[in-house]
Design a protein. Structure first.
Length: 645
């Protein structure tokens, strides 16, 4: 297993290369370190590269808006897999779940962060040849350039999936044309796909770069993300309900003026469904990736310290992992962070501070702070990290708890198929049966009785006087950067692309169930033939709590024009009437209701897009407009946060 906790001065270059907080109003090259002499050597480009990646650390961690910035966490709360939950004061998470907003700029943090990442990638692309590269250095140059294209494509993909039609910024000097809002479907997605093609072709595996397992993008990451982007475009925008029919159109790689996108590494004029399948098959045939033998090996609760304790038959031992092979534990060679199933991920390190400073002053940005948000909001202790009724899981903010819907739907599938899916309890904590003494805080609301297990923070000692993060036992640990393990010691990779996704995308694109069957065999569930319903279920179970569900729901809804009868709208509306715990009263449950109208209406009105920050719309002076469902054509009472608990 690679070292978990890494420390590199290059990471801190993130604070030196600024993209404007006002998104589009300054030239990001005008900083002390972007003078004519910079970058002047390969190490300088590597520092630029670290700055481009560091935006992901802020997105993956951080807490700058009352909620973790991780967009996949946002999407999970917007799906039928999670409720908003948390305490009465936690309105951002409940706003997300109910498709409402408590303020005009509530969702601004990620808007600014993503444009910051795009700006840094643009700077890296434009200045890379300030360096005089030798022939021997050309493979490194191409790798770094390919990574910049890849990251620009990735940030644009997330930006458009969150906010829809926005300005497309493809250079460091922002022209009037770039400031205009453009169609994501017709202009931005062709650029996203072109960026992934450039990344795929420039990051040459044979060069020896791009397969270091250090969190950098690779050719295979570009191929896989291209497939994800194409499938969203084909389903959400083009309304192709079932991709296995082969009816998805090719996407033409043209710019806003209808001309072919001309950039290094991208010679294709269009990308077809057949092309996408060939890219995914290239990942499979490479032999570089494989499914881990045990699904639980992917998650930190399967660490060897808890496994040893379970086999010592300690009174408080965590028995769920007792039947695993010890060599498959999270912290064993080939497992956990850097495992052979990871294709691309956000990595973290012990460099968090309460206030980091810089352009994006985002506390705890280098910690996977999602673990803290998904941590148990146990009412027995009300003291950070000190708990005697949640072992081996630690305390946190209890936001975005898994819904009754995912548990009930999963249980129904198990009952119908007469099987037990290890992934259900491998992904979710059943509070009533696994943690019998668990109690709720008095202001808890939208509690389902379940919690997230995948990214749950883990301790090693059930003694409530101690706060022993298991990470302090991991190789490379040098002490909590916050002097607070409960909030600072979260270093589990956040998976952005796993090999399991490649296999399931291949089945969905081709109708060949053999790829899906590999994932099913790993989970110990019956293998099934291809059907759209089977692949929809399989994706939901495999990636529960990983943030993919919502955009899957959206792309499967395009065939119905995102109406109230669409896949997403009906699945979201099925939450209505579920029995939830509110105000900590476990014995007095109430029915879950939408806070303003209905989930189906809010989905149909917004198509799943968040509002653009009003401050940014004002800044753009009419060049950018508000999304449907959040504008003057929608009654304000339907999208305005309402206290209902």
């Amino acid at each position: 297993m690679k070292k978990y906790i890494l420390f590199s001065a290059a990471v801190f270059s993130a604070t030196l290369f600024t993209a404007c907080n006002d998104m589009l109003d300054t030239d990001p090259r005008v900083t002390e370190l972007t003078a004519a002499t910079f970058p002047g050597k390969p190490g300088d480009v590597d520092a630029l590269n670290a700055a481009t990646y560091s935006i992901m650390n802020t997105l993956g961690g951080g807490d700058n808006s009352g909620v973790c910035n991780n967009p996949f966490y946002w999407w999970e709360m917007m799906s039928d897999n999670c409720y908003g939950s948390g305490g009465l004061q936690d309105n951002v998470n409940k706003s997300l779940h109910h498709f409402t907003t408590a303020s005009a700029n509530q969702y601004e943090a990620n808007f600014i962060l993503l444009y910051g990442g795009i700006s840094r990638a643009n700077n890296q692309i434009e200045t890379i040849d300030n360096v005089t590269w030798t022939d021997a250095q050309k493979p490194l140059r191409n790798q770094l350039l390919g990574e910049a294209f890849f990251m620009r494509g990735l940030y644009n993909l997330w930006l458009t999936q969150l906010y829809g039609d926005v300005p497309l910024i493809t250079g460091t000097v922002i022209t009037d044309e770039m400031q205009q809002q453009v169609s994501a479907e017709d202009v931005i997605y062709p650029q996203i796909i072109a960026d992934f093609v450039s990344g795929m072709n420039l990051m040459d595996v044979a060069s020896g770069y791009g397969l270091q397992g250090d969190g950098h993008a690779t050719k295979y990451a570009a191929e896989a993300m291209l497939a994800r982007a194409y499938m969203f475009w084909a389903g959400f925008y083009k309304g192709v309900g079932e991709l296995a029919s082969g009816s998805a159109p090719a996407i033409s790689l043209t710019d806003r003026n209808g001309e072919a996108i001309a950039q290094e590494g991208c010679s294709a004029s269009s990308i077809s469904q057949t092309d996408v399948v060939s890219y995914l098959k290239d990942i499979v045939s490479s032999g570089r990736f494989k499914l881990l033998e045990d699904f639980r090996s992917l998650w930190q609760y399967s660490n060897s310290f808890l496994w040893d304790e379970a086999h010592d038959d300690a009174g408080h031992a965590y028995k769920f992992i007792a039947d695993m092979k010890r060599e498959n534990c999270f912290d064993q060679p080939g497992m956990g962070n850097g495992n052979d199933e990871e294709i691309f991920q956000i990595q973290f390190l012990n460099a968090s501070k309460w206030a980091i400073g810089g352009t994006y002053n985002n506390p705890r940005m280098y910690s996977n702070y999602l673990s803290c948000f998904w941590g148990l909001r146990n009412g027995a202790t009300n003291d950070n990290g000190k708990r005697d009724k949640t072992y081996p899981f630690n305390q946190g903010w209890g936001q975005g708890t898994p819904s009754c819907n995912i548990w009930d739907d999963w249980t129904d599938a198990e009952r119908t198929g007469e099987y037990t899916d290890i992934r259900k309890l491998g992904s979710l904590i059943d509070l009533d049966n696994e943690l019998e003494s668990y109690t709720y805080e008095k202001d808890d609301n939208e509690e389902s009785g379940y919690a997230c297990k995948k990214y749950a923070e883990v301790n090693l000692d059930a003694n409530p006087k101690d706060n022993d993060s298991w990470w302090k036992q991991a190789p490379g640990y040098t002490g909590s950067s916050l002097d607070n393990e409960q909030q600072g010691d979260h270093f589990e990779d956040f998976y952005l692309m796993r090999y399991a996704d490649v296999l399931l995308m291949l089945t969905e694109l081709t109708g060949d169930a053999s790829y899906m069957n590999q994932v099913q065999r790993r989970a110990g569930v019956p293998e099934t033939a291809y059907s759209l319903k089977n692949i929809q279920n399989e994706r939901r179970w495999e990636f529960a709590m990983e943030g993919l569900r919502f955009n899957d729901m959206r792309r499967w809804s395009g065939v119905d024009k995102h109406s109230e009868s669409s896949y997403a709208a009906k699945a979201l509306q099925a939450q209505k009437g579920k029995q939830i715990v509110c105000l900590g009263q476990k014995a007095n449950k109430r029915s879950l209701e939408h806070m303003t109208c209905s989930w189906s209406k809010r989905y149909a009105d917004t198509k799943g897009f968040l509002p653009k920050p009003q401050s940014q719309i004002t800044l753009m002076s009419g060049k950018m407009t508000q999304n449907a469902g959040w504008d003057e054509n929608t009654p304000a009472q339907e999208y305005t946060y309402t206290v209902i608990y």
